[in-house]
Design a protein around this ligand. Structure first.
Ligand code: SF4
Ligand code: SF4
Ligand code: SF4
Length: 422
C-alpha cells in the first residue's frame, strides 16, 4: 500500500490510495459539555434525508449515551477489540507535544485499521479491518440512553453512590455523531467498485448511487459505522453533509454556504461547522481567525474522535469535563488533559469563540473580537477569574458580517402575565 501522512497520528501510514486533499475540508466541532440528547439533530436529518421506505433503521445522524449506548450497538468496542487482537498491547501513543503542527498528540505506535488489515485480516484481499454489524445491533439506535450503570460486574443495577465534580464515580455523556468525512475514508478504501469518492472542492465523501452494487464493503470498513445498507434498493447510503446547503445551491440558502440540517437544528448550541483550509500536505493551513482552526489548532480544546483508527476524521469534540480521563483518552487521544483544563478555565478569546456555536444558519469563515468592559472579578474552581463583556463578530465567505454577539447573554424576564406559559 502507498504511504500517506496522517498529522493526527504524527506519522506516515499505509493507505490503499495516494494522498489527495481538497482545497477546503468540511469539518465540525461538537461541544459534548452542552449536549442534552434532545435528538433534534437526529430528527432533522431523518426528516430530510431518510424518511422513505427501506430507510426505517437508517440514522445518518445519531446521539448515543456513552459508555453503554451505541449505534450500531458496541461499534467502538468491537473495532477497538479487533485492533487490540491485531496488535496486542501495542495501541499506544508516545511523545505528545501539543505545539507541533504534525503530530500534536504525539506519535501513534499501534496499528490503524489499514495497517492491521495488511497483517491480520482474512481474506487477504480485504484492505480495511472491520466487521459487519448484525441486524440486532442496528435495531435499537437509542439503547442505554441516559443510563449511567456503574456497578462493575453487576448488570441492570444503578450505582447508588452520589456524584461529585470534577470526576463522577458514576457518569455518562452524550456523543452526537455523523459521518466524519474522513481524509482517509475507510469506506472509500474498501469499495471494490470505486463508487465512493471525496469531492475536491469540500472533501465531502459521497457514494455514487448508480455505481454502488450493495456489496457492503463500506459498511464493513467504516470504523464509525456511518455507511449503511438499504435493503429495498440494495445499495449503500450515508450522510451527504447536506451538500446543497454547504455549496449554497439549496433554494433556502440564497447562494450563501449554509450549515447542515443537523447543525442548524441543534437546541443545545453544541455545534460549529465550517470549511477548513488545507495545506498541500493535508494539514490545516494557518487560518488564525477561522473559529474551527482556533479551536483545533490554537486553543486545542477540540480533539478528533478515535484518531488511532487512522481515517483522519474531520469531526472534533470538546471532551466532557466530568468523565475519567482514561476513558476519554482512549476516545480522543492524549490531548484530553489539556483540552479539559483549557475548557474549564477559558481565556478571553475562547469565551468569545464559544459564543459562535449555532448562532446562524450561514457558515462562519472568520471572526473578530471587540474588547468590552470588565463585568466580573472573583474566583472560579479555585482560581482567580476576570470576565469581560467582549463582542465577537462573525463573517461569511464573501467577508460580509453575519452577526455579532456578546459574552454576556441578554436576560429576559417573563412578565407575570405569562408566568408558567411558553
Ligand atoms: S466516517 Fe465512515 S462513512 Fe464517513 S467518510 Fe469516514 S469511513 Fe467513510
Ligand atoms: S450533515 Fe446532513 S446528511 Fe449528514 S447527518 Fe447532518 S443532516 Fe444528515
Ligand atoms: S440537537 Fe444538539 S443538543 Fe440536541 S441532541 Fe443533537 S447535538 Fe445534542
Amino acid at each position: 500500500m502507498p504511504k500517506v501522512g496522517n498529522w493526527q497520528l504524527g506519522r506516515e501510514m499505509a493507505y490503499p490510495y495516494e494522498a489527495r486533499f481538497p482545497e477546503r475540508q468540511f469539518a465540525f466541532v461538537f461541544n459534548i459539555n452542552r449536549c442534552i440528547a434532545c435528538q433534534s439533530c437526529t430528527m432533522a436529518c431523518k426528516s430530510t434525508w431518510t424518511f422513505s421506505k427501506g430507510q426505517e433503521h437508517m440514522w445518518w445522524a445519531n446521539v448515543e449515551t456513552k459508555p453503554y449506548g451505541g449505534y450500531p450497538q458496541s461499534w467502538d468496542v468491537k473495532i477497538l477489540r479487533q485492533l487490540q487482537e491485531a496488535d496486542p498491547d501495542g495501541q499506544i501513543w508516545q511523545g505528545a507535544d501539543l505545539d507541533q503542527r504534525f503530530g500534536p498528540y504525539g506519535e501513534f505506535k499501534g496499528k490503524t485499521i489499514f495497517e492491521a488489515a495488511e497483517t491480520h485480516f482474512d481474506p487477504e484481499s480485504s484492505r480495511v479491518l472491520g466487521y459487519l454489524p448484525t441486524d440486532e445491533e442496528w435495531n435499537s439506535p437509542n439503547i442505554y440512553e441516559d443510563n449511567p450503570l456503574g456497578k462493575p460486574g453487576v448488570r441492570d443495577r444503578l450505582d447508588p453512590k452520589g456524584v461529585e465534580l470534577p470526576v463522577h464515580d458514576t457518569w455518562f455523556f452524550y456523543l452526537a455523531r455523523i459521518c466524519n468525512h474522513c481524509s482517509y475514508p475507510g469506506c472509500l478504501a474498501a469499495c471494490p467498485r470505486k463508487a465512493i469518492y471525496k469531492r475536491p472542492e469540500d472533501g465531502i465523501v459521497l457514494i455514487d448511487q448508480q455505481e454502488c452494487r450493495g456489496y457492503r464493503k463500506c459498511v464493513e470498513a467504516c470504523p464509525y459505522k456511518k455507511s449503511l445498507y438499504r435493503g429495498n434498493t440494495r445499495v449503500s447510503e450515508k450522510c451527504i453533509a447536506c451538500y446543497p446547503r454547504v455549496e449554497g445551491t439549496d433554494p433556502e440558502s440564497g447562494g450563501v454556504p449554509m450549515v447542515t440540517r443537523c447543525m442548524a437544528a441543534c437546541i443545545g448550541q453544541i455545534r460549529l461547522q465550517g470549511l477548513a483550509r488545507l495545506a498541500e500536505d493535508g494539514t490545516w493551513a494557518e487560518d488564525r481567525q477561522n473559529p474551527l482552526y482556533y479551536l483545533v489548532h490554537v486553543a486545542k480544546v477540540a480533539l478528533p474522535l478515535y484518531p488511532q483508527l487512522g481515517t483522519q476524521p474531520n469531526g472534533y469534540y470538546i471532551p466532557p469535563r466530568w468523565v475519567p480521563h482514561a476513558y476519554l483518552e482512549q476516545m480522543f487521544g492524549p490531548g484530553v488533559g489539556q483540552a479539559v483544563e483549557r475548557y474549564k478555565h477559558p481565556d478571553r478569546e475562547l469565551l468569545c469563540v464559544l459564543q459562535l456555536f449555532r448562532r446562524d444558519n450561514r457558515i462562519i469563515f472568520r471572526y473578530e473580537i471587540e474588547e468590552g468592559p470588565l463585568i466580573y472579578e472573583g474566583e472560579y474552581r479555585g482560581r482567580p477569574v476576570t470576565l469581560y463583556n467582549d463582542t465577537v463578530i462573525a463573517f461569511g465567505k464573501d467577508g460580509s458580517e453575519l452577526f455579532r454577539t456578546t459574552v454576556e447573554e441578554p436576560l429576559y424576564v417573563r412578565s407575570n402575565a405569562h408566568a408558567n406559559s411558553i
